[in-house]
Design a protein around this ligand. Structure first.
Ligand code: ADP
Ligand code: MG
Length: 321
């Protein structure tokens, strides 16, 4: 049985790729150079087994997702991923598990250009904490506050796929095999909208990533901005499997409050509409106008016939009874 130190060396210590890493894995601290005129953007997210991911999640998917949810926060800020630290708590030092986990983690590290610079490895119930550090040109970070009355509200990609994936996994929803694959892929392997976030610097008035559910995260933006919104239910972007589920059940909960979407929600003035369409035309990413920021607080949801829709719940809250 290799020692903890051998395992760390073997699985986490790789040749440094970024020249701005002065000191990486292997010392007491990591040291990185922040370029002049850039600001450091930091975020941390923990994934706990059974709470943030189903216990049956493969180690490879977990390695991907633990980093993806953090990069999604950087994306919402318009930051470019640079460095990552990883605190890993494992029930046992299982080599096959670590190999899978590192494969998933490394894939996204490489495609995002970020480098693992340190971390901690401990024994206990499975939990993964990642801290991601990114860079933005000084003064350009995207915030939740800043939405203005009259702004258009946009959402990237589609909503509700991961929530439907979880329902499928739990046997609550039956869909064709290819649709099942799509939804489970979205649940296990979210693709953070990093390029979109960077492109939105100087364009979006406010931005957030949708992790707790569309209504909850739109609510965060509106609260921070001191505003409300009207949203057209039929404008919300959904995939074919979710559209099928909506047709069959009429239940909007997965779309409005399902969570785990890891799409971006942002607001921009009507005059920026053309710029937004042009930016997203160049990115490999769909963007949809779903509503408008209004003065009166609260989110008002409208059906195609103009009647109001009242949601069953608003989103994931870890501390809700
Ligand atoms: P210390 O006793 O100083 O906390 P550790 O033994 O925890 O040091 O870690 C030794 C080195 O390995 C440090 O550079 C630390 O950042 C790194 N490290 C430990 N665990 C991980 C991990 N899971 N991922 C990346 N680096 C890690
Ligand atoms: Mg340590």
């Amino acid at each position: 049985m290799p020692s903890e130190f051998e395992l760390i060396r073997r699985f986490f210590q790789t040749e440094p790729r970024r020249r701005d890493v002065v000191l990486g894995i292997g010392d007491d601290v990591a040291v990185m150079q922040v370029p002049a005129a850039q600001e450091l953007v930091v975020t941390t997210d923990t994934l706990v087994s059974g709470v943030h991911f189903p216990a049956e999640t493969s180690p490879e998917d977990l390695g991907h997702k633990a980093l993806a949810v953090n990069l999604s926060d950087l994306a919402a800020a318009g930051a470019e991923p640079a460095w990552v630290s990883l605190a890993l708590t494992l029930p046992e030092f299982d080599e096959a598990w670590l190999e899978g986990f590192c494969l998933g983690l490394r894939g996204l590290l490489e495609s995002s250009g970020a480098e693992l610079v340190g971390g901690d490895t401990t024994r206990g119930p499975l939990s993964v904490t990642i801290q991601a550090l990114g860079l933005v040109p000084a003064g350009t970070v995207l915030r939740r506050s800043g939405a203005m009355v009259g702004d258009l509200i946009f959402v990237t990609g589609t909503l509700g796929d991961a929530a439907l994936g979880l329902s499928i996994l739990r046997g609550r929803e039956a869909v064709p095999a290819d649709q099942r694959e799509h939804c489970l892929g979205r649940l296990y392997r979210p693709e953070p909208r990093v390029g979109a976030g960077i492109a939105l610097r100087g364009v979006a008035h406010a931005a957030i990533d949708i992790s707790d559910g569309f209504l909850a995260d739109l609510g965060h933006v509106l609260e921070a901005s001191g505003a409300g919104a009207r949203v057209q239910l039929d404008a919300l972007p959904v995939s074919a499997p979710v559209a099928g589920m909506l047709d069959a059940t009429g239940d909007w909960d997965a779309v409005l409050a399902g969570g785990d979407d890891y799409e971006l929600l942002f607001t921009a003035p009507p005059a920026a509409r053309g710029v937004v369409d042009e930016l997203f035309g160049r990115l490999d990413c769909d963007v949809t106008w779903v509503g408008t920021v209004e003065h009166d607080p609260e989110i008002r949801l409208f059906r195609p016939d103009g009647s109001r829709h009242v949601p069953r719940r608003t989103g994931y809250d870890h501390f809700a009874g």
